[in-house]
Design a protein around this ligand. Structure first.
Ligand code: FE
Length: 345
């Protein structure tokens, strides 16, 4: 891990501030500091490429999403971080609400990303998308039996559905999207119906739900697409075998489209290298960066005309929900209350 504090270069740059004849790049602390909830190997090569192209050094700290947010709050205006990279619009919204971000995304950057994949007040931008889909056991479920998230409350799915717990942000965001589309009452009824069809008490992560479908403990599961992508493309043969037993079903294709979410990026309120932060965001939205980043994360690029990985291509085209993802954050507290009342543990 690189060092954060560079007293010498800071000193040098402050001297340069009053001595214009000295070539600035020679001594300036030309850097940008990133807090990322993505694993180092899934982003570091891209940041290295940015440094090669721009001469701007990137200092990277990776940790769990909630820990990074807490750290930003604790450090306050003393944080070295210029940028936060994390997943789920619900979390990005939480960071915005907690006052650690600033609305600094330029119009030029906003224009590169579909408007529903960015904060309505300019606090964060989506970098990749993922969908929360239904996966089904190929030998026990016909895709023609599936249709919508709403239909999962049908008694035909009794004791056949696996899904992780309600304290997971991805499920909270899915429920937020249901509230946005059909209101609180219907969503609560839906959540109760879904819980009554659970095959088991929620446990584990999304990969565990896919494994449970493959092992016959349930017939369908609701999971994020990239987890299946990771299992297909990873080195673990057991996971590959499990993944081969399931298929992706895109819900709600005849109405609003499948629920999607993002991994996103934001500039911290205390950023001391805002121009460099904007340059890094611009780089991450370039075509080559988008293709690479989406591919290694088994996700979808946010910019137009960027090629998809073979795995994503194999799942086919789909219609995605056009809901502005800011809503997922705004409705999060309501979603949590509804899941709680529905007995979704
Ligand atoms: Fe995840």
């Amino acid at each position: 891990m690189m060092k954060w504090n560079k007293p010498f270069t800071y000193l040098a740059s402050s001297i340069i501030g009053i001595s214009l004849s000295v070539p600035v790049n020679l001594y300036a602390a030309d850097e940008v500091n990133v807090y990322s909830a993505r694993k180092e190997q899934l982003i570091k090569p891209l940041l290295d490429e940015f440094t090669r192209e721009s001469g701007i050094e990137v200092n990277l700290i990776t940790s769990k999403a909630d820990a990074l947010l807490k750290r930003l709050q604790t450090e306050g205006k003393n944080t070295p971080a210029d940028i936060l990279i994390t997943t789920d619009a619900g979390r990005l919204h939480r960071a915005k609400e907690s006052g650690v971000l600033q609305s600094a995304i330029t119009q030029a950057l906003k224009n590169k990303v579909p408007v529903n994949l960015q904060d309505k007040d300019g606090y964060w931008l989506g970098l990749t998308t993922r969908s929360r889909v239904i996966v089904y056991a190929k030998d026990r479920v016909k895709p023609s039996e599936l249709s919508t998230y709403e239909d999962l409350v049908d008694p035909k799915w009794k004791k056949r559905i696996c899904i992780r717990s309600s304290n997971n942000i991805y499920n909270q965001s899915l429920v937020s999207s249901m509230i946005a589309h059909q209101g609180k009452e219907k969503t609560e009824q839906w959540a109760k119906g879904l819980v009554s069809n659970f095959a088991r008490k929620p446990k584990g992560g999304d990969r565990d739900q896919i494994k449970a479908v493959a092992a016959g403990q349930c017939d369908i599961a609701i999971v994020n697409t990239y987890y299946l992508g990771q299992m297909i493309n990873g080195k673990d043969q057991k996971q590959k075998d499990a993944a081969s037993k399931v298929a992706v079903f895109w819900p709600n294709q005849n109405d609003r489209g499948a629920h999607i979410n993002v991994s996103g990026i934001a500039i911290t309120k205390a950023s001391k290298n805002k121009d460099n932060a904007l340059k890094l965001i611009d780089f991450l939205l370039s075509k080559d960066a988008q293709v690479w980043y989406a591919k290694v994360n088994n996700e979808y690029p946010v910019i137009k005309n960027a090629e998809l990985s073979d795995t994503l291509k194999s799942w086919g085209d789909f219609k995605s929900d056009a809901l502005n993802l800011t809503k997922l954050g705004e409705l999060n507290a309501e979603a949590v209350r509804i899941m709680d009342r529905a007995g979704w543990r």
